[in-house]
Ligand binder design. Structure first.
Ligand code: AMP
Length: 281
């Protein structure tokens, strides 16, 4: 595996692979099995797989965890080597955002829904870095996780709106044995907080069963999740929403082919998200 930190060097390296299928997996590092599932898929479907590890400052709000976000490049390197990744792209912030950087990508409306309400500049940061990575790597296929369902919906919108000739692949959520969706942020959780956090996947599982049994009233589903989450004093609910999978607007009746049931909570200082999708992003 080659580790490349400079955009020019990456471009030069990738010139060697014209006419090859290139897969890209954008990450912020501190890799877990969720990331690795995207990477495995990329390796399966492409001739060359590029993984980026970049903790993107623009997707963190002023009071968020940018400075303490977990980083362990040595461990990531080892995991990527073992997996058979061809290129690790790990630029520093100055490489991605040189002085006078001033162009941002904003996907309107969708970016203001769900997580956008409490993280108003988050998706602007995500879309900007993702479009930059697309332009740098020029991939055929790019891999994202369904855990960040809103992110995947927004990036697909950006692809359509800006006519990007890239295949966006959205892979299922990978969970720990206890059901908690894997996240680099899980390491912040104390034992007690982790126990509390489990209420979220458990609540989603319960309402998934309800929906499969024909309960399509979105409000009833929402209330059920809120009720489950309120069982722990450690949980502060950011949102629980049932939305249309394309528009991310709230629905009253759940369409089994086109809905997203999503929740975001704070457990102590740690913000966690989870969801389940009915249909395809
Ligand atoms: P991050 O490093 O958190 O920015 O995540 C990089 C990519 O991995 C994003 O496309 C995420 O949606 C995806 N991802 C993170 N956690 C999971 C998970 N538990 N299952 C599947 N994909 C995930």
């Amino acid at each position: 595996m080659k580790t490349i930190k400079k955009i020019d060097s990456l471009r030069k390296e990738l010139y060697l692979y014209v006419k090859k299928r290139i897969g890209l997996v954008p990450t912020m590092g501190y890799l877990h099995n969720g990331h690795l599932s995207l990477i495995d898929q990329s390796i399966k479907e492409n001739d060359i797989s590029v993984v980026s590890v970049f903790v993107n400052p623009y997707q963190f709000g002023p009071n968020e965890d940018f400075n303490v976000y977990p980083r362990d490049m040595e461990r990531d390197l080892k995991l990527l080597e073992e997996r058979g990744v061809d290129i690790l792209f790990s630029p520093d912030s100055k490489e991605m955002y040189p002085e006078n950087f001033s162009t941002f990508v904003e996907v309107e409306k969708l970016s203001k829904a769900l997580c956008g309400k409490s993280r108003p500049t988050h998706f602007r940061g995500v879309c900007t870095v993702v479009l930059k990575l697309f332009n740098i790597v020029n991939p055929n296929n790019v891999y994202f996780g369904a855990k960040d369902a809103q992110q995947a919906v927004i990036i697909k919108r950006m692809k359509e709106d800006l006519n990007l000739d890239i295949n966006i692949r959205v892979m299922p959520i990978v969970r720990d044995e206890d059901g908690l969706a894997l996240s680099s942020r899980n390491r912040y959780l104390s034992k007690r907080e982790r126990e509390a956090a489990l209420l979220m996947p458990e609540a989603l599982k319960k309402v998934n069963i309800l929906i499969n049994n024909g309960v399509f009233d979105a409000n009833e589903i929402r209330k059920k999740i809120v009720g489950e989450l309120k069982k722990s004093k450690y949980i502060k609910i950011d949102y629980v929403e049932v939305v249309n999978l394309k528009t991310l607007k709230s629905v009253e009746i759940i369409d089994k082919e086109n809905a997203l049931v999503a929740a975001a909570i704070k457990v102590g200082e740690t913000r966690l998200i989870d969801n389940f999708i009915l249909g395809e992003i």
